[in-house]
Design a protein around this ligand. Structure first.
Ligand SMILES: [Zn+2]
Length: 74
């Protein structure tokens, strides 16, 4: 019975801790979003899916691809 009480107290403490963290987490402010410029998107040369520039796979001719497999297939 003692362990059941400890278990319940631990669960309640964990739930309260998670709730506090959720309440303190806030979305980025308008100012923070404004300071980060949008990332350019490129269409995959194989399938046409748009991919952020930082995640593109580039071939020797500097054509963007969504993944290494599509870059290999051309
Ligand atoms: Zn692709």
């Amino acid at each position: 019975m003692k362990y059941l009480l400890l278990f319940v107290v631990a669960i309640v403490g964990l739930l309260l801790h998670k709730r506090q963290r959720a309440l303190h987490r806030q979305p980025p402010s308008r100012e923070a979003r404004r300071l980060r410029p949008p990332e350019p998107m490129h269409a995959c040369s194989h399938c046409g899916v748009h991919v952020p520039a930082s995640r593109c796979v580039w071939d020797a001719q500097r054509r963007p691809y969504c993944c290494a497999e599509h870059a290999r297939q051309g």
